[in-house]
Design a protein around this ligand. Structure first.
Ligand code: SF4
Ligand code: SF4
Length: 274
């Protein structure tokens, strides 16, 4: 089963895949497993690379994860394709797919599965794609030999801390600030403007030596078409206004409503005088 799952995923550009016994995972939403009829078994953790050459656009003004359409759509399509194939190949087993809204603590499970380590920037890091990955999992009731690996942490070089415009250790993340509803204070708005990103912030990820190594090797880049199609690295207020509701709903920045992303973009476009 492990080989089949890995081959199916590799054919779709996902190479960072590893199993972990559910008994070694922290259950965060056990009702999701109950609904899937799975009491015990194995989670195949997937780290899906999303960074594309479109993200290298020097005019990019939003976080790399928001350049493509929302990754939840990617996982939905992936699971819709793969789960029937797995059910057909292994009719005695149950399978379910999750991403983000998951029955287990995903980053911890991915580290225990041996896919990567915990970074000091609070992100999950893979050597292959650095932290530019989305986590998801295929869960099955097949009980496989998948013991936990040694939990690793990053090399603790401090580059993320030094790169953080707001002081990663003491202040709330700028990423949260760009997503805040309502008015920003003058100081908050000036911080967003200075950082140059209208949605999210990637500075700690970009400064990380793991990212630099992955970029030099070329493994940073995703080969998955979904993350290149409909990419918008440079967003404008006009572009956001042009989107119909269905198009806007497919973007990662839609969950806070149009007014938040528009506020940030207009602030940039008016030179910080909005
Ligand atoms: S995302 Fe930006 S603001 Fe947040 S911790 Fe990283 S560098 Fe700091
Ligand atoms: S920059 Fe250094 S300390 Fe920060 S996550 Fe990367 S390896 Fe760890």
């Amino acid at each position: 089963m492990e080989q089949t799952i890995k081959e199916l995923l590799r054919a779709r550009g996902i190479t960072a895949v590893a199993p972990i016994a559910l008994s070694h995972c922290t259950l965060t939403r056990p009702y999701l497993l109950e609904r899937a009829g799975i009491a015990d078994g194995t989670a195949f953790m997937l780290a899906v690379p999303y960074y594309t050459t479109e993200c290298d656009d020097p005019a990019r003004n939003i976080s790399a994860y928001a350049v493509s359409r929302d990754y939840h759509l990617f996982f939905r399509t992936l699971f819709d394709e793969l789960l029937p194939v797995l059910h057909a190949r292994f009719p005695a087993q149950r399978f379910a797919g999750f991403a983000d809204h998951s029955p287990i603590a995903e980053a911890e499970a991915a580290v225990k599965a041996g896919l990567g380590s915990f970074g000091c920037n609070h992100l999950f890091l893979t050597e292959e794609h650095s932290s530019f990955v989305f986590l998801g999992e295929i869960v099955t009731d097949a009980v496989l030999d998948a013991p936990p690996r040694e939990v690793r942490t990053c090399e603790d070089c401090g580059a993320c801390l030094r790169a953080c415009p707001v002081g990663l250790a003491v202040h709330s993340c700028l990423s949260a600030l760009t997503q805040k509803k309502g008015e920003l204070s003058e100081d908050e708005a000036a911080t967003v403007l200075k950082n140059g990103s209208a949605w999210g912030c990637d500075r700690c990820q970009e400064a990380c030596p793991v990212t630099k190594r992955a970029r030099a090797r070329g493994t940073l880049y995703s080969e998955i078409p979904f993350f290149r199609e409909s990419a918008i690295p440079h967003l404008t207020a006009a572009r956001v206004r042009e989107m119909n509701d269905a198009e806007f709903a497919m973007r990662a920045y839609s969950w806070r409503g149009r007014e938040v992303i528009l506020r940030n973009l207009e602030y940039f476009e008016q030179g910080g005088k909005a």
